[in-house]
Ligand binder design. Structure first.
Ligand code: MN
Ligand code: MN
Length: 461
């Protein structure tokens, strides 16, 4: 009789696998530190793929088993595939994850001066607890277009610099009024202004500090104030991801939602086949953007970019009709590779422990997400759950069966429903996090590694 038991399987891994796990975790930490925005993630993933022999889909006239391709959708999402032996219309194996994370974006006209300081106005992106973004070091990452339409890459306040940025917080001594407020009103989002300078430019008559900052930006990047309006500038935590605990059992870092799954998706694909071998089914990795704001926009999972990529892929495999595309989707399997909540020891009354994710007990399979009466949920079928569970068991993947939290206490969504609506069998399957959506999210090393192992097993089928 098989009994379901959640347990940390670290001790069960042999020495070799423990070493492999930490090698993987070391590289994952480097990725988190190198790729803190969706733009940076696409760049990093593209160079990894090219290093492993993947080529832009436009380089091919025909695709044959073993071919390795990628397609970039507008600098902010990237799809990759390894062509398998069987016809795509019989089904492909898809893993979809996202690379946008909660952050602070600058407003179109962000820079202003007040009381001798220059600040930048922001608008938060995704679900954040605003107080967590005060009094922490912030780095500025920007893609800016100047008046001649040239793209300029801006990185300021990160490790290479001896300065950083911060949003100041009120001293407790003057916090009496503030402490009367409800948590939801505690921080006015209009006050999430980032301190960027304080030395006046004495050649100027007014806005002396702001002018000094504009001149510095112009000197370094050739940009002017109006260029802010044609930019994607994000403030993200400036600190590095690191192991947590004396035993190094966990990893904390910004953007693990959902780069932990995106990194696993790509790394699984890179290590999928040995030289000269082929896959049975075509494996497809979808690394998308804009999940945190509801999968809107032309780089999200909802965009036609995916359909365009699939149409190109199928045409290069000799399948040109609309029916071929729909048949492919209808016969395909997908893991919606996104993070979930781990049971927090300080807030465990919000979780149904039996159906919760315990950090360290493996990758989490969630039959459904959404909220309340399964609203907005992709409820994976019993048959497909059976397929995924059996696959993981055969491949010694440590997994647990999770839900986000108690019914009625909240909820959340992923990209699962999007491809499910197109006929694909989909289930949510990813790493459980503590402090999700905070500037320093926490994951267990073993769960991080099991996510990679699970995705590799899934691609192989
Ligand atoms: Mn996510
Ligand atoms: Mn999220």
């Amino acid at each position: 009789m098989v009994k379901y038991k959640k347990e940390n399987s670290y001790e069960k891994l042999n020495k070799f696998e423990q070493e492999e796990m930490y090698k993987y975790a070391d590289e994952y930490i480097k990725f988190l530190n190198a790729a803190k925005t969706e733009y940076k993630c696409v760049d990093a993933i593209k160079s990894e793929l090219e290093g492993a022999g993947f080529k832009d889909i436009s380089c091919f006239k025909v695709l044959v088993p073993g071919d390795k391709i990628y397609y970039i959708n507008k600098d902010r999402s990237i799809y990759a595939a390894i062509i398998g032996e069987s016809a795509e219309t019989l089904g492909v194996n898809i893993i979809g994850s996202h690379i946008d994370s909660p952050r602070l974006d600058t407003k179109p006209m962000p820079l202003f001066e007040k009381h001798g300081m220059a600040l930048m106005k922001t608008q938060y992106y995704g679900g954040i607890k605003k107080y967590q973004w005060l009094s922490i070091p912030l780095a500025m990452y920007g893609v800016v277009y100047n008046e001649s339409g040239e793209k300029i890459d801006v990185v300021l306040g990160e490790k290479d610099d001896d300065f950083t940025f911060v949003i100041t917080d009120l001293l407790p001594h003057l916090g009496r009024e503030e402490s009367e407020k409800k948590a939801s009103e505690f921080i006015d989002p209009e006050n999430l202004n980032v301190l960027v300078g304080s030395i006046p430019d004495l050649d100027e008559k007014e806005d002396k500090v702001k002018s000094k900052i504009l001149k510095a930006l112009n000197k370094k990047y050739g940009i002017t104030e109006i260029d802010f309006a044609r930019s994607d500038i994000r403030f993200v935590p400036a600190f590095d991801a690191k192991y947590i605990g004396i035993d190094k059992g966990m990893i904390a870092g910004y953007g693990q939602d959902d780069r932990v799954c995106a990194y696993a998706t790509i790394t699984a694909m890179l290590n999928l086949i040995e030289e000269g071998k082929t896959l049975n089914k075509t494996a497809i990795a979808l690394i998308v953007d804009k999940e945190e704001i509801g999968s809107e926009g032309n780089t999200s999972m909802n965009s036609m970019g995916f359909e365009l990529f699939m149409t190109k892929l199928l045409r290069l495999r000799g399948k040109e009709s609309r029916e071929d595309l729909l048949q492919t989707l209808d016969n395909s399997y997908m893991l919606s590779a996104d993070v979930s909540a781990a049971v927090d020891p300080m807030h465990d009354h919000l979780s149904d422990i039996q159906n919760g994710n315990i950090a360290g007990c493996g990758i989490s399979i969630e039959k459904y997400t959404g909220s309340g009466g399964k609203y907005s949920a992709n409820d994976a079928s019993a048959k497909y759950m059976s397929y995924v569970m059996n696959l993981f068991e055969r491949n010694n993947v440590n997994y647990q069966l999770g839900t986000l939290g108690k019914i009625g206490k909240g909820g959340g969504g992923t990209i699962a429903y999007i491809l499910a609506a197109k006929g694909v069998e989909v289930v949510d399957c990813g790493t459980a996090l503590l402090s999700m959506h905070s500037p320093y999210e926490v994951a267990s090393v073993i769960d991080v590694y099991m996510t990679y192992k699970a995705y590799k097993a899934f691609f192989k089928g």
